[in-house]
Write a protein that binds this ligand. Structure first.
Ligand SMILES: C[S@@+](CC[C@H](N)C(=O)[O-])C[C@H]1O[C@@H](n2cnc3c(N)ncnc32)[C@H](O)[C@@H]1O
Length: 249
């Protein structure tokens, strides 16, 4: 993945992010619901905090805790409150064994899973809790199918299977790993609106082999026509396979 391009997309999207982040807020609530409360919660890290929705949720649940928010997109951090660091969550400039809770919602799918989880395990204090949400292989399957075969380029981010997250936790020495998945379907008036939403979220980078320019008109029409076959009363569906993972150090 081109990390710099990903960071720039999120930087550019910081101002529009909250207006389109309904799914992201919903996932924070789901992650909060499966999170086993650490016995002691003095230090919390929100890794890949975005505009800070998760941070606010955690602050409400643990008002006395010290909460640190980390994101590599500087413009995202501007909207957060309290202690924040502009940093890559694969290499955190934070001391080992510090946090009672490591929280990361919908950020790890943009990272090297093994590296990000190893780093989470490093900064967690013994007995600390990890709570991570990510997106699995079924995510945006409709978009993937609509673009399939139109050209040799990638148009949708490649998501990892949920087991990759569990394996990374085990490899990092974490224990009591639990995985749950939830399929969430959202609807958009048309394909352009879906793509606009992804762009406004900053989620429009697709990793390696990205198409350099715009699609030709005929190709665009073919993609649109394929997606239109899925239309229902609520609009065009977009499926998100949400992975909720918790573990202990
Ligand atoms: C979809 S947003 C989720 C934000 C927030 N957790 C939420 O639930 O609204 C993904 C965030 O992860 C951040 N991110 C992605 N890769 C990162 C990395 N390697 N290091 C730090 N932040 C990263 C992006 O800048 C963006 O703010």
């Amino acid at each position: 993945m081109n990390k710099q391009a990903i960071r720039q997309s999120f930087d550019r999207a910081a101002a529009s992010y909250d207006s389109v982040a309904g799914l992201q807020r919903q996932v924070c609530v789901l992650l909060d619901a499966v999170l086993p409360a650490p016995t002691l919660t003095r230090m919390i890290l929100d890794a890949g905090c975005g505009t800070g929705y998760g941070q606010r949720l955690l602050a409400a649940r643990w008002p006395a805790a010290r909460l640190v928010a980390a994101d590599f997109a500087h413009a995202m951090l501007k909207n957060t409150a309290g202690e924040r660091i502009c940093a890559d969550i694969e290499t955190l400039p934070l001391p080992a064994a510090t946090f009672d809770l490591y929280w990361s919602s919908l950020s790890i799918q943009w990272c090297d899973t093994q590296r990000a989880i190893a780093e989470a395990a490093r900064v967690l204090a013994p007995g600390g809790v990890l709570a991570v949400s990510s997106l699995g292989t079924g995510t945006l399957s409709e978009l993937h199918a609509a673009f399939a075969g139109v050209d040799p380029h990638r148009h949708v981010l490649e998501f990892s299977p949920d087991q990759a997250l569990a394996n990374a936790c085990a490899a990092a020495g974490l224990q009591n790993v639990t995985l749950a998945t939830r399929s969430i379907r959202r609807y958009h008036p048309d394909l352009k609106a879906l793509l606009r939403t992804l762009k406004s979220l900053g989620a429009n980078q697709v990793g390696a082999n990205r198409r350099p320019g715009l699609l030709g008109r005929r190709v665009w029409q073919a993609v649109e026509a394929r997606y239109e076959t899925l239309r229902v009363d609520a609009g065009l569906p977009a499926t998100y396979e949400v992975i909720l993972c918790t573990a202990n150090k």
